[in-house]
Design a protein around this ligand. Structure first.
Ligand code: KG4
Ligand code: ZN
Length: 339
């Protein structure tokens, strides 16, 4: 017999963020995060070995803070939910091993969370009344897709990127423009001073499907910058950033609204690091308003990697009775089609 509003500890360590959060039902009690991104920035990306070591040195402190700020004793917890994949194996193993020890020691269930499902679940934290069916725009560093959520545990991927994920494209274009890692927030900031005047390809627009591609767009940015440099011509990096941002994100807004109208749902949600982008948030707001759709956007801190979303997905799994054995292993990749 499981209770409706259990007290769940969520733990996330799939990349360079070590995070822990506590929820009671859908109410978030605490939300802690320690990031090694400033260490990683020196290398222009995430170095797996460094990420693992950073997780190891902070995980117990982050969990202790989450419990303290939630005002709960660990003995009160009903379950521990932890990301088991996808992500960097060494990094995942730190959070997973910690969670297993915690759950075993307390004699409470372990819940294995697919990181992507965590991003999808972030919207539940925003609106207590949110209920499927709805369409979700998932746009992170690893995945970009339009997803139809049928029920709390059933999904259908309508389509997505055929090559790079949106976040990956932001990171690659940031490198071309000599901006630091992770590129998304830097491109967004630079784009505020720029104009959408650089001609860039708009991908697969109007083909009726939900698939799109980012590699052509990235190459077009590279070619534009190289050609300008070779000719010794001046160009505004801010204009390149603004033009790329618009080309990369407008398609996502368009496909998301198309998905909602085709599936006749009234609600749209979004998740993943790229959804922290202010331009994307504004465009989604405007497009959903125009189409008469209700938009539930997670707070920006719940779009990028965090443990609150892992606890939120943990709650759905708890209610469905999906618990993991202590033999649960970390997985570097989990196909999107099997979310
Ligand atoms: O969801 P996330 O934190 O980690 C993954 O699961 O991948 O997403 C990270 C990605 C990075 O590629 C980062 O550049 C991008 O999200 N990102 C952004 C913004 N903030 C983070 N992209 C565009 N605009 C932003 N403000
Ligand atoms: Zn993520």
């Amino acid at each position: 017999m499981h209770m409706k509003n259990p007290l769940i500890l969520g733990i996330e360590s799939s990349c360079d963020e070590t995070a822990a959060a506590v929820i009671r039902g859908r109410v978030l009690l605490s939300d802690e995060i320690a990031s090694s991104s400033s260490v990683q920035a020196k290398f222009g990306g995430v170095v797996p070995e460094i990420a693992s070591r950073e997780h190891l040195s902070v995980v117990d402190g982050v969990v202790a803070r989450a419990l303290k700020h939630a005002g709960v004793q660990k003995e009160e917890l009903d379950a521990v939910a932890v990301t088991y994949g996808a992500g960097l194996l060494g990094a995942l193993l730190v959070g997973l091993s910690f969670a297993k020890g915690f759950a075993y020691g307390l004699g409470i269930p372990l819940i294995g969370v697919n990181h992507i499902r965590g991003h999808l679940a972030a919207a539940y934290l925003e609106d207590e009344a949110l209920a499927p069916p709805f369409i979700t725009l998932l746009a992170s560093g690893g995945h970009t897709a339009i997803i139809y959520t049928k029920s709390e545990t059933e999904f259908e991927v309508l389509g997505g990127t055929l090559d790079d994920a949106a976040g990956e494209a932001f990171d690659k274009v940031a490198r071309i423009l000599s901006l630091p890692y992770p590129g998304g927030p830097h491109i967004e900031a630079l784009a505020r001073n720029g104009k959408n005047v650089v001609p860039l390809p708009r991908m697969l627009k109007g083909n009726g499907g939900y698939d799109f591609s980012y590699s052509g767009l990235k190459t077009a940015v590279l070619n534009y910058c190289h050609t300008k440099e070779q000719r010794g011509e001046e160009f505004e990096k801010a204009d390149v950033a603004a033009s790329f941002q618009s080309a990369a994100l407008d398609i996502l807004v368009q496909k998301t609204v198309e998905g909602a109208l085709e599936r006749r749902v009234k609600t749209v949600t979004a998740g993943g690091g790229v959804v922290a982008n202010g331009y994307l948030r504004e465009r989604l707001q405007a497009a959903c308003k125009q189409a008469g759709l209700k938009l539930i956007l997670p707070e920006k801190r719940h779009c990028t990697d965090n443990a609150a979303m892992i606890a939120a997905e943990g709650l759905l799994q708890y209610r469905a009775g999906n618990f993991a054995p202590l033999s649960l292993n970390a997985e570097a990749s989990i196909p999107l089609r099997s979310v």
